[in-house]
Unconditional design. Sequence first.
Lengths: 343, 331, 290
Amino acid sequence: MSDALPILEVRDLKMHFDIGGGLLDRLKISGSGVRIDKPVVHAVNGISFSIRRGEIMALVGESGCGKSTVAKTIARIHQPTQGEIRIDGEDIASYGFAKMLPVRARMQMIFQDPYASLNPRQRVRDIVAEPLLQQTRTAEERKAVPARIEALLAKVGLSVEHGGRYPHQFSGGQRQRIGIARALSVMPGLIIADEPVSALDVSIQAQILNLMMDLRDEFGLAYLFISHDLSVVHHIADTIGVMYLGFLVETAPRDVLFSHPRHPYTRALLSAAPSIKERRDVDEITLNGEVPSALTLPSGCCFRTRCPFAWERCAQERPRLADVGGGQKVACHLVEEPDRDRP
Amino acid sequence: MTVQTQHALLAVRDLRTYFHTFSGTVKAVNGVSFDIGEGEIMGLVGESGGGKSVVGFSILGLIDSPGQIMGGQILLNGEDLVTAGEDRLRQIRGREISMVFQDPMTSLNPLHTVGQQMDEVLRLHSDLDAAARRKACVEMLESVGISRAADRLGAYPHQFSGGMRQRVVIAIAMLAKPRLIIADEPTTALDVTIQSQILKLMRQQIAARGASMILITHDLAVVSEMADHITVLYCGNVVERGRTRDLIETPAHPYTRGLIDSIPDPANRHPRLKQIPGTVPDIRNLPKGCNFRDRCPRAQALCAVEEPQLRPQNASQWAACHYPLQPGDLA
Amino acid sequence: MTSFVQTEFFHNYRRSTSAVVGSALMLAFAFAVTAGPFLVDQNPYDIAALNLMDSYKPPVWLEGGDPRFLLGTDGQGRDVWASILYGARISVFIGLVAMIASCVIGTVLGLIAGFYGGIVDSVIMRIADIQLSFPSILIALFLMSAVGTGVDKVLIALTAVGWVVYARTVRGATLSEIKKEYVQAAKVAGLPNSKIIRKHVLPNVMTPLIVIATIQVGTFVLIEASLSFLGVGVPITQPSLGLLIKNGFDVLFSGLWWTSVFPGLAIMTLVFGINLFGDFLRDELNPRLK
């Protein structure tokens, strides 16, 4: 399978949001006269990665790093500002509604909030059937839908009677199962999972992660798994990408990333994560300050404002994601100047 | 209940807090007891619906209708807060006991500057004059790591980022030199790098002032790094409590064990996570006997009949289970 | 499924005096306007049934009262009680129809503005803003003087005034709904926008409209009464409660008070009942107060 096309390939994806509002809101009066402001949130700033069939790729990072925007742009909830999104080699970045429809049978999404992601006024069976019904063409296909929904509910651990109920009659974990059944209904090869367990209690989180793993094994699914939780990511992912301020700063196979993190931000994330184990050795890197605004990106490296190693070059030159071997790629000048790697 | 009450700063005894709703009485806290000694950090852990936040609000006397404290005692240095009047509680809140909530935006008043809000605490709870109060506020802000503190006193809460706001809340909570701080999910809304900053700060502040803390959280990893003792709640009951390391390493209650096993462990990766089956029962309609029995791998006939009482398991651990785990047991 | 009687809504309704009184008044009016013509012998608009000999009879309990005319008669010998029953029909009809029209138009415009945003949103909402910056009675007066009088003209005027509140409410609710993940999920499922609006957004923005619609019927009855009182409302052949007041107003200070006071009391009772019930609905349906 190594020479086969990746199921998802993203190249130089950018997503900028215009938050100006109406014309009246944009008018700014300053000393030099009246000008029209055009504030833009740089949510995603050119990221590239690919996922093979059956692979689980995780994107991690803190709030505001753009990981959810990446997910929602690939799912084409947003229209990307720039870049390619290739599903089985087919670039869907500029597809309109009609051309997207068949693609939606190959790519589905699981959402973060088990409460907001299900329409409170729809019955469970209608929720689950929704993507499938958009793909059916003939009356015969439509007739097969109810049986298919029953099978799906059983697959995710719900019963047939549950199909007639409304979302508010379920717990958070059960709702997330409904969302998974909905995504699964069209038998996609790729599921984009945006923080699927972060709103759940830890014991329920384990149930959902196990279910997702089982489904991967059974159907050969590939996941793009978005999460802020490193222990979850470590458990589920084959490959991990670390995002910061809309940039991919490091990507590596799971074990490499956890044993040999190269980017200072990755190292800081790993050392900040709390653990139930006895206190580990002293924190390797502690970050000060907070993430800068995505309205005005820092010059050069996005991370330099918080990086304990940053020097002049980091302010002038934006580091590119470079292959350092072993499947690991890092966007940091330290790769070229390793002797600066001391606080 | 016979627990060592020697140096308990706060002793909670058989606390029962119920909510009377249209669809039935919610026994959110149903017979909870624990002690906190001077300078101790106690973690109160459980999943949603466990009643952990209600315990915090009960201690502060902030239970509003339809909620009601139906029984038990909350002894602060021997003084029962359940029977204390609202005036006395108002004195205690802020001065003796203060609080840090999950969302700093809701505990700070958006219309007042940080300086005004800090000054108010000192005016209520100290006899300092204006200049001394200002000095105390600046020192406090500096000690929680806010630079240019004197200037920032004039800033409004929305001018701070999430992490900085939580630092301000901690500063306000520390101002009146309280003996006990109740922190309800103080870092849940924060990112992990900010969380580690805030946790470190709270640990320093508690240690420097010799205060005690109740840390309410759903995150076992956070409490295990912070707390001296842990109390685990399930459906409004204490199912286990003990010294942190003992409880994490040799949990006696199957629920505690399940919680620990549910956390993915990077050092010990299995293809499947151990999960607790089922969901938390409806607390308006709890089963007879042990609340956990429907999800428990060790449940037997007795569990359906008799509610287990909290019993000592060893020198430092108590568990409410008819068939507690022994250190060598596999779940 | 529990029956309605067991719901919390019904439980709270039973315990709320104002809700029970309000809905009782509304029910009484509903009965009066449907069964009205069968309750009285006289059709006040059948000229043949009128007798000038009966003009200005006081209510029965006063001296000179006639047992045939419970609340007295007007200058043409019309039974005031019968006039009220017939007039309330017209008032309530106008209030309901104008409310439904406003609700439909306002909801559709609000959905479009909120869902699509951009220039469509700006145009619709600026028109709404302009509309709101005039007193509603002035807009109605202006429209009536432009297009003339008549029940249909009153309906147009009221709808032109009334849609704005729905459009604004629905737009606001739509903006918060479309941020929710279930709308994004519908997009990922491949639903076209029209279907997303109909199946997902619309059912979830309807709740606050129930309160607005209830109270608006009362408001419309009042505006219609004012218009008719000013002489630009319904024609004399279809006298609403407002027109009855106007007709009686001319002789009010001659001691013949009953011809306008009783229709006035009828309007007051109706609007009072609607508002009482509307307040209860507002408390019940507003999740923020719970």
